[in-house]
Design a protein around this ligand. Structure first.
Ligand code: SF4
Length: 385
């Protein structure tokens, strides 16, 4: 039996957040309906290339805002998946997650999700401070979030993630600390915490670049670092285990889906712009909505197909696996690739151990606390030419 993850991309949002560089757009009902039909065609068609050895053990509806579409569309997609793929069934699996944004969910929708088999909800909050939410261009207030969170709990969901953001323009350590404390009081099972990065192509980037009237007083490097340290300290105190650079969970509640990315479990992405790793190939779907709707399930919508070499695979194993706090198993590396970690990465490993950025405990190799702080620097060294 081989594990398989499925990702379903729902690209629709009420409006674009100022920091967003995902493929997302506002659309009418007709386009949404046509998109769901295209998704179902793609699921049917792609399933023909997946042999019986594979068992779907995670499904993730991401976006965009998956909760913005009618709930029965989500049910239809899950029905399509169940008809065409073999699912891994036990107490925890398949883990089926849907991303929801406040003001786009209600009890009726949540009950349809539950009925359809969804067992994990990921709620986008980012901040409990309304000024920060407004600046980010979110469509909701903290009060709206609290309403949605209460409905999620009332509908019986017991596995909930909340997204939090630090280093927001104008954010102070004190306002971030308040967000963190309020979040902890809500007691979600999982918290993802990311620092804002101003990416090219976003409204923020535009405003930043043009020096527009919007005051972009970004937290300093020291403040950013203080927020980062506060996150791991406070969450550890509250009983959350940090299991990946930006992810924290109560015991037993780590995201199986995201963990599978870091463990290089094969996954298939459905929908416009969705990425896949399957049978040693990485590819993205076409990134244009109209083109996707017209061709999905009819002609090949895959783009940028890259066959991974052995060196690519070894690199990925290291730089993805080292994102996990427990690190990578040297034995597993040798079992998969026949080489030892030292044979391939000996110099890099030695350098980072000497600099106290990596820890070798015999079986596992992992980032030290300082290594976690500057993980991008360490991980980029594992790219093989
Ligand atoms: S809700 Fe998410 S996907 Fe949609 S615009 Fe905002 S950040 Fe982007």
């Amino acid at each position: 039996m081989k594990r398989l993850g499925l990702y379903v991309h729902i690209p629709f949002c009420a409006k674009k957040c100022n920091y967003c560089d995902f493929y997302s757009l506002a659309c009418g009902e007709d386009e949404k309906k046509a998109y769901i039909e295209a998704l179902k065609r793609e699921i049917r068609e792609v399933s023909k290339n997946v042999n019986d050895e594979y068992r779907v053990y995670t499904i993730y509806f991401g976006g965009g805002t998956p909760s913005i579409i009618k709930a029965y569309y989500i049910k239809e997609i899950l029905d399509e998946i169940r008809s065409h793929f073999k699912l891994y069934e036990d107490d925890f699996f398949p883990e089926i997650t849907i991303e929801c944004n406040p003001r786009t969910v209600d009890i009726e929708k949540l009950l349809v999700y539950k009925e359809a088999g969804i067992n994990r909800i990921s709620l986008g909050l980012q901040s409990t401070n309304d000024d920060e939410l407004r600046l980010l261009g979110r469509i909701h207030t903290y009060e709206d979030f609290l309403d949605s969170y209460a409905m999620v709990r009332k509908s019986g969901f017991t596995n909930v993630n909340i997204d939090l953001m630090s280093a927001i323009p104008n954010q102070k350590i004190s306002t971030y600390e308040r967000s963190l404390d309020e979040l902890i009081k809500l007691n979600p099972e999982h918290i993802s915490s990311y620092s804002l990065i101003i990416e090219e192509g976003t409204n923020f980037y535009q405003k930043y670049a043009e020096n527009a009237p919007l005051v972009m007083d970004l937290p300093s490097e020291d403040e950013d670092r203080a927020m980062y340290e506060l996150t791991s300290f406070r969450l550890a105190e509250a009983g959350y285990k940090r299991y990946e650079i930006s992810n924290y969970a109560k015991k037993g509640y780590h995201s199986r889906h995201n963990t599978s990315y870091w463990e290089r479990v094969p996954y298939l992405g459905f929908g416009v712009g969705a990425s896949s790793l399957f049978e040693n190939e990485r590819y993205d779907n076409v990134g244009n909505l109209k083109e996707y709707i017209k061709n999905a399930g009819i002609s090949d919508v895959r783009r940028n197909i890259t066959k991974l070499s052995l060196r690519d695979e070894m690199s990925e194993f290291m730089f993805l696996g080292l994102r996990l706090i427990d690190g990578i198993s040297k034995q597993v590396f040798t079992k998969i690739f026949t080489f030892t970690v030292d044979e391939i990465f000996g110099d890099v490993v030695k350098k980072h151990i000497n600099n106290e950025l990596l820890i070798d405990n015999g079986d596992f190799l992992k980032l030290s606390d300082r290594g976690l702080d500057i993980s991008n620097y360490v991980l980029s060294d594992f790219l093989l030419d």
